[in-house]
Design a protein around this ligand. Structure first.
Ligand SMILES: [Fe+2]
Length: 302
């Protein structure tokens, strides 16, 4: 499902994996033994299976945006949870978060930013993210799952791809002209409606309601985390008028203002929930019961 909704298309994902394979082939034996073989087959290294305590039929899963040792304890306390499903990267998936970010270069190219510029600026940002995730206690929650014998997986970019595709289709279908029309459109999505009740609905971070949208781009809903602030100027030159995102740094906001790009922040937990819901609906169709937790807004479209 992640590949099917990937903005690069199935062909683009195949090319990405082929580049990984050719890089791997060039390594010497020692480097090969240290390389992660999963990278040759899994285009989303920020997602994976982290603990199989018991390989059993899955009937009930607990699903959350972030899973910490507290949620593992909760799963134990609730009882009969066959699997804990986490969205944000944990363990090795967190260590490899920056690996999925090249996806953003491809998306930017599709919106008209020359690939050399997109790749150059993203490379800088990818290295920054890689350094920032490096000191984290990646294995903490996985250790808890092992000790308490809880099955644990995380699915990040495949869900974010689903959310990005959903929003892109919505915008292309309804063609909002102004920022206020775009806001109204977003507010009709059940996850955002719920987020409004929770005080975390879609917000205009840059621009005003009467501004016209111009070309609307979904450059950072998927692809790991926020891209480089330096990209806004290049996006404006490429003809992008409005960005729909999940989050933006203060520095990014300033750059967007300077570039006259409108920024609508749809919401973080709500956008993550949208993607997870589209994924989880398929599990529900197979008779799996879903227990939402940790900020996850469960909406079933079944
Ligand atoms: Fe997220």
């Amino acid at each position: 499902m992640g590949i099917k909704s990937d903005f690069r298309g199935e062909e683009g994902v195949r090319k990405f994996l082929n580049r990984k394979k050719s890089q791997y082939e060039k390594l010497n034996e020692k480097e090969k033994s240290e390389a992660d073989k999963d990278a040759l087959e899994n285009p989303y290294l920020d997602s994976g299976i982290h603990n199989i305590a018991e390989d059993k039929e899955i009937k009930k899963i607990m699903v959350g945006i972030d899973i910490d040792p507290a949620e593992i304890l909760m799963a134990k306390q609730l009882g009969e949870i066959d699997l804990v499903f986490c969205h944000h990267p944990i363990g090795k998936s967190l260590a490899y978060l920056s690996d999925v970010m090249t996806l953003q270069s491809d998306i930017l190219e599709q919106y008209g930013v020359p690939i050399n510029i997109a790749e150059g600026l993203m490379r800088e940002r990818i290295e920054e993210v890689s350094r920032s995730t490096s000191p984290g206690n990646h294995q903490r929650v996985i250790d808890s799952a092992k000790l308490l014998k809880v099955n644990l997986i995380n699915v990040h970019t495949p869900c974010d791809n689903l959310a990005a595709k959903f929003l892109k289709d919505l915008v292309e279908q309804k063609k909002p002209e102004t920022i206020s029309e775009l806001m109204e459109l977003l507010k009709e999505v059940p996850e955002y409606k719920k987020a409004i009740e929770q005080g975390a609905g879609p917000k205009i971070f840059v621009g005003s309601p009467e501004n016209r949208c111009g070309k609307i781009a979904l450059t950072e809903i998927t692809g790991g985390t926020e891209g480089s602030p330096k990209l806004f100027e290049k996006m404006a030159q490429a003809g992008i008028g409005t960005i729909i995102g999940m989050h933006i740094s203060e520095q990014g906001k300033k750059q967007a203002e300077e570039a006259n790009i409108n920024v609508v922040i749809a919401g973080h937990m709500s956008s993550d929930s949208l993607g997870i819901n589209l994924f989880i609906d398929e599990l529900e169709k197979r008779g799996i019961e879903i227990i939402p937790c940790s900020g996850f807004i469960r909406i079933s479209r079944n």
